[in-house]
Design a protein around this ligand. Structure first.
Ligand SMILES: COc1nc2nc(N)nc(N)c2nc1C
Length: 307
């Protein structure tokens, strides 16, 4: 039974990865459901073989009576804003004063909830909200129900990553329709719906909300030695995290400005809401050279779309 359980767990985690991270399932849903049902049956029969990283944990455990506070060893800061191309040129001028031959990474700024995920020896052990940047809330059991968050990554890394949990537009519309039918209050936007779902004490509610997540940076990582942000994102993707496919690197701020203009128009085509573009200096050494203000990195800025 132990071997059968191990085999089923690896098989289901792989199917989950293909479906929710690669967006490219290799088996039909009913196969996934049948094997998950078989696994849950075996885990009930042999409870001491149940492990934290089992795909059966995705359905959500018992409700909590409150959320536990958790401190971020590496503070989760906020980003300075840019509201137009001149702000972006000013940002570039400030960078040029401090470093030379630098590159920018541009990422879509997902309009969701910033979260932190901690993995120990490759296993997902804790997830938390950003909170005030220093202290957040432990919402691990809710985050386990998000299928694009791996319960086990492909290397036995001890690493903390950050990203944005969000509700796809389609799911948001379906949820509000259902709430309207039930005479419940509807959510104003997908961000509120995602936040409301992750603030539920009962993980079975979060499990039904079809949330997703893109990772966008590394927090605490002792063994980390990758020299650029763009390479770190590639590594996170290889580990099994979902990264955003629209991320680009540019040498010149004028190309960054073109990218922001392109997405100001194109964003309605996406199945998730974005409220801007995040621009970061790519080299980690240069990020360290540029440092931080009291509340934001000097090496990054958020271009906000016109409201
Ligand atoms: C490095 O710090 C950050 N990076 C980010 N990247 C993306 N794509 N989106 C964000 N919201 C974001 N927020 C912060 C504080």
């Amino acid at each position: 039974a132990a071997k059968k359980i191990e085999y089923l767990k690896d098989e289901l985690n792989q199917y989950n990865y293909e479906y929710h991270v690669l967006d490219n399932p290799t088996v039909p849903d009913h196969i996934y459901d049948e094997k998950l049902h078989e696994l849950i049956g075996l885990e009930e029969q042999f409870p001491d073989l149940l492990t934290e990283d089992s795909p059966s944990q995705r359905v959500g455990g018992e409700p909590l009576d409150k959320f536990v506070k958790v401190d971020h060893e590496v503070p989760m800061l906020s980003l300075g804003n840019a509201f137009g191309e001149d702000d972006l040129r000013d940002f570039d001028r400030r960078i040029r004063e401090q470093v030379n031959n630098y590159r920018y990474v541009c990422e879509l700024k997902i309009d969701g909830l910033a979260i932190s995920l901690t993995y120990e020896n490759g296993k997902f052990v804790r997830g938390a909200t950003r909170g005030d940047g220093k202290t957040g809330e432990d919402i691990t059991n809710n985050l386990k129900t998000i299928k694009s968050i791996p319960l086990k990554i492909k290397e036995e890394e001890t690493i903390e990553v950050r990203g944005e949990a969000y509700m796809p537009k389609r799911s948001f519309l379906a949820l509000n329709e259902a709430r309207e039918q039930e005479g419940l209050e509807v959510f104003a936007n997908p961000r509120n719906a995602a936040a409301g779902s992750l603030r539920q004490l009962d993980p079975k509610i979060a499990a039904k909300r079809n949330l997703s997540m893109f990772v966008y940076s590394v927090g605490k990582w002792e063994a980390g030695s990758i020299g650029s942000h763009s390479e770190r994102l590639e590594y996170l993707n290889k580990l099994g995290f979902k990264t955003n496919p629209e991320t680009r690197t540019f040498e010149d701020i004028e190309d960054v400005i073109k990218y922001t203009e392109e997405w100001t128009l194109k964003r309605s085509e996406l199945d998730y809401e974005i409220d801007g573009i995040v621009i970061k200096v790519d080299s980690i050494d240069q990020q360290e050279e540029l440092g931080f203000t009291a509340k934001s990195p000097r090496w990054a800025i958020a271009y906000k779309f016109p409201a």
